[in-house]
Structure formats: C-alpha cells, structure tokens
Design a protein around this ligand. Structure first.
Ligand SMILES: *[C@@H]1O[C@H](CO)[C@@H](O)[C@H](O)[C@H]1NC(C)=O
Ligand SMILES: *[C@@H]1O[C@H](CO)[C@@H](O)[C@H](O)[C@H]1NC(C)=O
Length: 245
C-alpha cells in the first residue's frame, strides 16, 4: 500500500519524490538533540542538487497529519502558519533556505544541522507565519523538506520517522531535585503562615480595643466633635482614681 502511494504521489502532483528521509542528527550539538520544545535534524546536504532555483522549506507536521499534508499549500499563509499550530494548523512551513545554504559536499568541520523550534522572538507574531517557533507539545512530529520553484512544489523528501520531544520532568529528577524544592516551599509557606497569623491577631486585637473604645464614646467617627467627647471621657476616667486618693 505505502510503496503504491509513493509511486502515485509524484505522478499526481508532478513532484519529484527524493529518496532521502530527514532524521535527528547524530552530530554532537549543544543543548541536546531533543529538548522540551526543540529538536535537531541534519541539513539536507546533496539532496536537492537538481533544483538550484528552488527554495527549500521544512514542513513540520503532527504525526497523524503528515499523510494528509497538501503540497499545494503555500508557505506564509494562515493555512501553514506557525501561529496556528497545532490547532487548527496541523502542519506548518518554516526554515526556508536556498540551495546555497546547503553546500555539497559538506565541508569538513561543518556542523550541518537545523534546530526546529529555536526562534522564540516570533512565537505569537502573526506577521511572521514562517516563524521557527518553539514546539508547543511533546509531539510526536514528522518533518520533510519541500522544494518550491516560485510557488510550484518541484521536489520533496520522505517524511521522517516520528520524533517525540523530552517531557519537562522525568521521574528520576523529581525524586531528587523536586524534593529539595518542596522542602524550601514548606519552610517559606510555614513562615508566611506564622507571619500572617501574627498580623491577623494584631488586627483582631486592634479591632477589639477600637471597638470597646468606640462603645464607651460616641456612635460616629465622622463628626469631629465625637472625638472631642471621647477624649473628654477618657480624661475623666483617668482622673477618677486620682480624685479618690
Ligand atoms: C490543496 O491546496 C490547494 C491550494 O490551497 C487547493 O486548491 C487544493 O484543493 C488542495 N487539495 C486538497 C486535496 O485538499
Ligand atoms: C524565507 O521566507 C521569508 C518569507 O517568505 C522571506 O522573507 C525570506 O527572505 C526567505 N528567506 C530565504 C533564505 O529564502
């Protein structure tokens, strides 16, 4: 079934099907080949040599959406915009490059890789639909390279095998680093609770004295004369013991 489809696709769309499958790189890269929001694939070196005038795009699809990706869709439109991914856009187009960016053969010492998801500055910017923004979920994803001449798709690679990102907290790191954090959190919470309790006690005490004071005095505080009356009472009470002596 699959070989049959692969034979039919180029015929149906007039696109050359190149025998190259993008893959996670085996080169040593900083930050890791997969992170929580990025992954690194090899550049397509010596793959599109027959399409010198083409612009080579990377299509990033949710695994289940790869087979239904429509090669006639244009990059830079809302249908393929990173900002719409993963809903409603199921596959976006990014990392466009001319063949000159992928010299063949690869010069010695070149680290010929592409980090998918490395561009954070354009994540929410709808004026930059071809943004190589951070991947929003762990996936799995499939990617392929698609060469366009003008707006005509002329050649494409196969889809990669499914690529799943690493998730934020592996179980092993929770048991060690996670416990240290929670101990700190408990200490801070306890201190804050005690401080809050002291504050509340002070507030209650203040209200109590304030309340008893106002009972002995006048009913309202808005009138300046009521303050005078209270002061007079207080003065009077204080004077009493002295008068008795
Ligand atoms: C593919 O996309 C083009 C342009 O958006 C559209 O005209 C065409 O009908 C689509 N084909 C399929 C099978 O959806
Ligand atoms: C990539 O595409 C964008 C938007 O279509 C364009 O502005 C930019 O010049 C292109 N870059 C390359 C290297 O083709």
């Amino acid at each position: 079934m699959l070989p049959l489809l692969l034979l039919l696709l180029p015929a149906a769309h007039g696109i050359a099907q190149l025998d190259y499958r993008p893959a996670l790189t085996t080169e040593p890269v900083l930050e890791g080949v997969r992170t929580t929001s990025t992954f690194v694939v090899d550049q397509p070196r010596c793959v599109f040599q027959d399409y010198g005038n083409a612009v080579i795009w990377l299509v990033v699809a949710l695994e289940q959406a790869a087979s239904t990706f429509n090669n006639s869709q244009r990059p830079g439109t809302p249908e393929t915009a990173f900002q719409g991914f993963p809903e409603p856009v199921r596959a976006y187009m990014t990392l466009n490059a001319t063949l000159g960016s992928y010299p063949c053969p690869k010069p010695d010492g070149d680290i010929a890789v592409l980090r998918v998801g490395s561009e954070t500055s354009c994540t929410g910017d709808v004026t930059r639909p071809t943004c190589n923004g951070p991947l929003p979920t762990p996936g799995p994803y499939r990617v392929k390279f698609l060469a366009l001449e003008g707006s005509e798709p002329v050649a494409e690679t196969r889809w990669s095998t499914p690529i799943t990102l690493i998730t934020a907290k592996p179980l092993s790191s929770i048991s060690t680093a996670g416990r240290g954090h929670s101990a700190d959190m408990i200490a801070i919470t306890t201190i804050l609770s005690i401080l809050l309790a002291i504050l509340l006690a002070g507030l209650v005490a203040m209200l109590f004295f304030w309340g008893s004071d106002s009972c002995g005095g006048s009913s309202t505080f808005s009138k300046p004369e009521s303050v005078t009356v209270r002061r007079y009472n207080t003065h009077h009470v204080y004077d009493q013991p002295a008068a008795r002596l």
